[in-house]
Design a protein around this ligand. Sequence first.
Ligand SMILES: [Zn+2]
Length: 466
Amino acid sequence: MNETDFLTLSKGNFGRMRYSMTKDMTLSELAVFAESLGRELAQAMLTSRLEEDPRTHPQEARCRHCTGRWRFQNTAQRRVIQTAVGPIEYRRAYGVCDRCGHTGAPLDEALGIPPFGPSVETRKKICHAAVVGRSFEAGREILQVHSNVDLSAKHVRWIAGTEGGRVRKERDQERTSYQAGARPASTTQAPRLLVIAADGGRVQTRSADPRERWKEDKIGIVYDATATPQPHVPRGEYEGAKAKTKTYVATLADWEAMGWLLRVEAERRGYARAENRLFVADGARSIRELKNLHFPEATFILDWAHAAQHLSDCAKAAFGEGTPDALRWFEDHKELLWEGKSDRIIADLGCLSDRLGPPTETDSEASPRRVLHQNATSYFPNNQTAMDYPRFRANGWPIGSGVAEGAVKQFGLRMKGSEKFWNGFQPTETQPPHQTGAEEMLALCALYHSQDGRWDRHWRERAQPR
Ligand SMILES: [Zn+2]
């Protein structure tokens, strides 16, 4: 066998093509060859399918919007579209509705082909690459190497911004409906344990105003979990509840807006019917206010690591960094915190604070007087009910906000990639590619990272006929 005719197609464009696999080709060469052959075959199949569709050259068509008569301006307009198997060229009737002025191609509308740009399954790949790559340039490379899709980084950015804009619009409409009294359909069974958490990261914007340059990206997370009670486990060995399905919301808007988005997401996850509802966060005031306003029914759990960090800061303020007294005080009080004796902690902090006296106007944020005073009068008293760790352990609930911090890191990896500068501009199909905003990317990332299958669901719906 020196040279074998592998395949000769007798139909259409393929009649003239002959493919051969020779015996000196390596397996890699054979695989590359077979793959490109497969792509050509797939492109020919698609082209032929579109040509044979009766809607390619309809005798008469009615407008989808107003059932008016369709007037064809061009009965065989040429279009090249990027599909998952490569670019294909086809011709179809293009026209305008006599009554409402709507323009388009009946074939495109019937098959769910967007009016311009790549096909929906290609957009799905582009958006995937834009989300998982560290930058749009990385996304471009992923597409080229893994999908044979050849686009510029700008084009990747434009598609991701356009599609992210659609996701964002749907999300914001749902929030507006919720504010008007409509609850989102809950897709799950009543969860035994539903946990809400939120945290913030930093994103750099294009703003000329230095105070506006760094914006906080806020990530909200909802997950159901299996409680694992461990009432008598030593400190550091408590595992807490294991997260099952995590879903996300993300925005650059203020915490008030995040509160609404997170509440809608929680409702979707069955918050109203959940047996136990928890809210886990660090003690930041903005997030505590969000909890009180939007999740008053939930049990607030203060992140254990943050509470312990505050004790460490107090020990350092009272006894000096790294001194034996500081270490001893910290260990003793961490044990008290573990045992739920926050009354003792607040009393002890009060004594330490009194010894130094109240902070003066010239004291900095990190001055020992201010640290002790703030923790004794504000942080620990304000979060006291959220530090009932023995009860949380007995119930098998989570005591850490690691899931939320992990999410901030995960989103941060993308948002702090090589193009650090974002703007909040909302792109539409007609705006130039450089105007993709962080908000659109955050919406796209939240859709992708959510583990309840909504990414695939979204693209299935997107591909439906218009
Ligand atoms: Zn019409």
